[in-house]
Design a protein around this ligand. Structure first.
Ligand code: HEC
Ligand code: HEC
Length: 371
């Protein structure tokens, strides 16, 4: 699921570089009178979570509401994931996966305070004290670990940990923010209640060290190049190929979906249509279909009024591959739009096939897009 284009990352706001500083951050007051959902921050966080996160991770963090969005309310996960680890995941996302960067600095919708409120809500799912993990590096043989990985892990996580039926484990943002001990702990104890097995009983301690060292060896630095690129089209210029013919689309699958190949063919033929990128704007900045307007799923209501109402086809897409785009399409349909569809396979398949993409640029740093 990794993205073909440029990788990018800027400095960290909530830095947690290497192993140091990435141990679990003790949470004050955890316990019977600890932060429950009644705490004000967690309450506001619940609202934000519902709007931005539930689509994929489920309303109570149970995971897998869309695509491979992992289980966030998992006991082994919550008791080992530090606050900085979680904030980095929310702020920067997992590049090249459906997990977008939600932080404003990366073109997403949320400020640090809002992210902290979501974090407080996620912590309200945690019923046990954090487990203290060592900050020592795990020493192992990455070459030996690569063999273990191929044999025991690749079928779920992909040949190089890029993600397959399970989430990625070699994502640069993940490896930058996860300590060795966090990774090792996940391998030993698994994530009970999900397909992630506990390997503590079936692999030797040495083999687990080797596998941890192998994953660590896959870390890459990435570079967020946001200086060049398209500006988002203005609402009076959202039609791609404005003088072109109407597209010739077959009947939609399930009344909703069009194959990527068909959309690509009609665009190449010069057919007129509107392309809507349903992901957070941070993802649109990274890569989008040329001419696409960022209409993030959580903003679709506000933006739908400004889109053409003359029957021009409006095609939404996302990475998940239809949770966010489906939400945008449903909003447009509820507002009376006639010709709408979702790209069935999503943008990662679009990119994998080598169909054209480009990247974006913010009009003014920090200014919201699409107003
Ligand atoms: C469009 C779907 C989608 C939405 C919406 C979404 N996520 Fe995710 N999220 C994912 C996926 C998929 C992954 C796993 C990415 C990977 O393969 O590395 C993920 C991973 C994560 C992780 C890392 C989990 C781990 O085990 O390391 C955290 C934390 C997270 N998301 C929190 C959030 C929060 C908080 C929000 C709302 C602000 C959110 N996500 C919104 C799809 C989504
Ligand atoms: C049967 C499928 C499966 C196999 C085999 C498997 N995993 Fe996983 N793994 C998962 C799933 C699913 C998750 C996410 C669980 C969740 O939703 O919290 C996961 C999570 C993880 C995580 C935590 C990532 C994070 O951000 O929290 C690590 C690390 C990991 N796996 C490593 C491995 C390694 C190493 C192996 C082989 C020794 C392996 N896995 C084998 C399915 C699998």
């Amino acid at each position: 699921m990794q993205l073909g284009g440029a990788w990018f990352i800027a400095a960290l706001a909530v830095a947690c570089l290497g192993a140091a500083g990435c141990g679990p951050t003790p949470i004050s007051g955890l316990g019977s009178d600890g932060p429950g959902p009644t705490e004000p921050a967690a309450k506001e966080g619940a609202e934000l979570y519902r709007r931005y996160c539930a689509l994929c991770h489920g309303h109570a963090g149970e995971g897998y509401a869309a695509d491979h969005a992992s289980q966030l309310n998992n006991r082994q996960f919550l008791t080992t994931a530090s606050d900085p680890f979680l904030l980095v995941a929310i702020e920067q996302g997992r590049l090249g996966t459906p997990m977008a960067a939600y932080g404003k600095r990366f073109g997403g919708p949320l400020g640090l305070e809002e992210m902290r409120k979501i974090l407080a809500f996620m912590r309200s799912w945690q019923t046990e004290a954090p487990q203290l993990l060592s900050s020592e590096p795990v020493l192992g043989d990455p070459l030996a670990g690569s063999l273990v990985f191929k044999e025991r892990c690749a079928r779920c996580h992909g040949e190089r940990g890029e993600g397959k039926t399970a989430m990625s484990v070699s994502n640069p943002v993940f490896l930058m923010s996860a300590s060795d001990a966090f990774v090792r702990h996940a391998i030993v104890h698994g994530r009970p209640g999900t397909p992630m097995p506990a390997f503590g009983r079936t692999l030797t301690a040495g083999a687990i060290d080797d596998t941890t060292a192998y994953l660590r060896s896959l870390a890459r630095t990435v570079d967020r190049a946001t200086t060049a690129g398209d500006l988002p089209p203005s609402f009076d210029q959202v039609v791609v190929n404005p003088d072109g013919p109407m597209p010739e689309f077959p009947p939609l699958r399930d009344g909703r979906y069009l194959a990527a190949a068909v959309v690509h063919r009609e665009l190449a033929r010069g057919a007129r249509m509107v392309l809507l990128d349903a992901r957070p704007t941070s993802d649109w900045l990274m890569s989008h279909i040329p001419g696409a307007l960022p209409v993030p799923y959580y903003d679709a209501n506000r933006m739908s009024a400004k889109l053409p109402k003359d029957g021009t086809w409006m095609i939404a897409y996302c990475g998940c591959p239809h949770a966010a785009s489906g939400q945008v399409m449903d909003t447009l349909r509820a507002a009376g739009a006639q010709n709408t569809a979702v790209i069935d396979e999503g943008i990662f398949e679009w990119i994998r096939r080598g169909y054209p993409i480009t990247h974006g640029r913010k009009p003014t740093l920090g200014a919201p897009i699409g107003n």
